[in-house]
Structure formats: structure tokens, C-alpha cells
Design a binder for this molecule. Structure first.
Ligand code: ZN
Length: 329
């Protein structure tokens, strides 16, 4: 038994995914195998201290389930909403959680006596795909995640690119249209104002108000929270004349944005994540690829791959685990 425990020392990390509604923690091996999982409610309106303590509790539960002590855990990686300081390990501010200047890394490492590192959730998603998912084995990749907003991450030569501000990678706020649609960030014409689920729903509501025909009211009534990726999929299968062109437009703008990114950064692979794209890869990917090709130089497009994300719901914990393995080196 003793020998087995020695062998286990430092062979695992903890990956923590801090979201607006739930905290997930998992013990993960070097090759990306999830050994155990734990889940707690974030309780977003509680104070920073309480949220950080629940993250610690969640880590402890994951270790207990794996029958491991802190000694066997080499490091902890955390994915959190930003903006944040990945060097100090601090969340600076975040719209949906009370985490102003919250020293997450310091708090967790002092409580558990395990070195802790943080990065923002979309950087983590990109790092997860790079290490264990669709970008495995590549050197330069870009991740774009289409969700309520549009987020992204840039990996150059195997490392996340943070830039001077330490917050680089806001791909969703690339300006595509001068004086275009109003974006959630307060500015106009950003990719997010065209390709986020929020933007799509706004356009769908406008089109319905104009009296355009759609199967959508039949499927969800007045309850917009019922508009899941599954419902979008149904609309595509039924060739809905209202919803399909709006999804197409989102894919076109995403492709145009990627075209510019290819010209500037020349990555080897672009991975596209987010529930909607992952539910409808056959619809989104060809449009995105086509417009990325049309909007980039042939030398930048040649030989590259634009692919859907592969890790699904595990992207957060696996990406956080990948961060722990990378930063502990
Ligand atoms: Zn914006």
C-alpha cells in the first residue's frame, strides 16, 4: 500500500471550472483522464470569501472521491470569468460574480497547501482543446467560443498569449462593421454583436415582431429560455425560413472574423466551441470555412484546419487541469 501511495504522489492535478451557476472540480491525470468529479453551486450573489471557500470545498470533495490527499496533487488550475491577472492569480472584476480583486490562487493554495493557477474561462477552453481535444499535437491555435457572448483564446508556440494587459484574446470584440450593431461591451460592430446567441435571439425576436413565418413560436411559445441548441437544431432540420438565415449570418460573420485572424496570426488550427456550434457542426462549419477562406490570403488558409471543439462539457475542467500541468513546470 505504502508503495502505491508514493507512486501516486504528484501524479495528478485538480481542474476547477468556476461558472456563474456552478463550480466543478475534477482530479485529472497527466494524459487527461478524469479520476473523480465534484460539483457545488456558485451562489453568485454571495461574497468573494464564500465563493472561494466553496471552490476549496469542491476540491476537497473531488480529492476525497478519488481517495487522494493534497500530497498526491501537484497543482490546481482554475478557469474563471475575467478580466483577471493570471500572474497574481487574481480576478480583477467580473460582471456576474462578486469577485472584485479576489485573490483566488492565493486563497486556494493557502487553504489546501497546493500551488494554484488561474486563467480566464475561454483561455482555459482553448488550452483544454489544445492539450486534450481538437488541437492536440499542434503548436499555434485559436479558439473561438460562440455562446451568450463570443470569447476566444490564442495559443502561440504552445503557450496562451496574454499580451501587455495580460487580457489578450478578446476575439469576440473584433470590429467587423463600422457603426454596426450595438454590442454587449457598449461598442458597435463587434463579432459578438452578430454571432453570439444573444445577437441571434435579438434578431429572431425582431423578425417575429415583423410577422415573418417560423416554426419557433410553435416550439417554444413565449418562453425564450426554451430556445436551446436542440430547438435550433430542429429549426435547421425543418429549414425554418426565419431562423436559418439568422444562423447563417452568424456563421458568415464568424468566418469573416477568422479570415482576419488567419491573416494576422497564421495559426495551424482554429477550434470553434459553444453549445450551438457543437450541436450543429455540419451546418456551421462549412459556412465558417468558406468565409474564412474568402477573407484570408491563400498562403494563410492553405493546409490549416477549422474544426468543432471536441471536449464538450469537460472543456472547463480539462483546460484547467492543462493549465495546472503547464504552469507547474
Ligand atoms: Zn463588443
Amino acid at each position: 500500500m505504502a508503495e502505491k501511495n508514493v507512486k501516486k504522489n504528484g501524479t495528478y492535478v485538480l481542474g476547477v471550472d468556476l461558472g456563474g451557476t456552478k463550480i466543478l472540480a475534477a482530479v485529472v491525470s497527466k494524459d487527461g483522464k478524469v479520476i473523480s468529479r465534484a460539483k457545488k453551486k456558485t451562489k453568485a450573489d454571495s461574497d468573494a470569501q464564500a465563493i472561494m471557500q466553496r471552490m476549496v470545498d469542491c476540491c476537497e470533495e473531488a480529492m476525497e472521491k478519488a481517495k487522494l490527499t493534497a500530497k498526491s496533487i501537484l497543482a490546481i488550475g482554475v478557469g474563471s470569468p475575467g478580466p483577471l491577472d493570471p500572474i497574481e492569480g487574481k480576478v480583477l472584476d467580473t460582471p456576474n460574480l462578486n469577485l472584485k480583486n479576489a485573490p483566488i490562487a492565493k486563497f486556494i493554495s493557502e487553504k489546501l497547501k497546493i500551488k494554484t493557477f488561474i486563467d480566464n474561462d475561454v483561455n482555459i477552453g482553448t488550452l483544454g482543446e489544445f492539450t486534450y481535444g481538437a488541437g492536440k499535437g499542434k503548436k499555434d491555435i485559436i479558439g473561438i467560443f460562440l455562446g451568450t457572448g463570443v470569447g476566444g483564446g490564442v495559443i502561440i508556440n504552445g503557450k496562451l498569449h496574454h499580451g501587455y494587459s495580460l487580457n489578450a484574446g478578446e476575439l469576440g470584440h473584433m470590429k467587423l462593421v463600422a457603426n454596426g450593431e450595438l454590442c454587449g461591451c457598449g461598442q458597435r460592430g463587434c463579432l459578438e454583436a452578430y454571432a453570439s446567441k444573444t445577437a441571434m435571439i435579438r434578431k429572431i425576436k425582431e423578425a417575429i415582431a415583423e410577422g415573418k413565418k417560423s416554426i419557433l413560436p410553435e416550439l417554444i411559445g413565449d418562453n425564450w429560455s426554451k430556445l436551446t441548441s436542440k430547438v435550433f437544431k430542429k429549426c435547421v432540420e425543418e429549414k425554418d425560413p426565419l431562423v436559418v438565415p439568422i444562423l447563417e449570418e452568424a456563421a458568415i460573420y464568424t468566418g469573416i472574423g477568422i479570415g482576419s485572424l488567419l491573416n494576422i496570426l497564421s495559426p495551424e488550427l482554429v477550434v470553434i466551441g459553444g453549445g450551438l456550434c457543437e450541436a450543429l457542426p455540419d451546418f456551421f462549419m462549412p459556412i465558417i470555412r468558406n468565409h474564412a477562406e474568402k477573407n484570408s490570403f491563400p498562403i494563410m488558409y492553405k493546409g490549416i484546419k477549422i474544426v468543432p471543439a471536441a471536449l464538450g462539457d469537460d472543456a472547463g475542467i480539462l483546460g484547467a487541469a492543462a493549465l495546472a500541468w503547464q504552469r507547474i513546470k
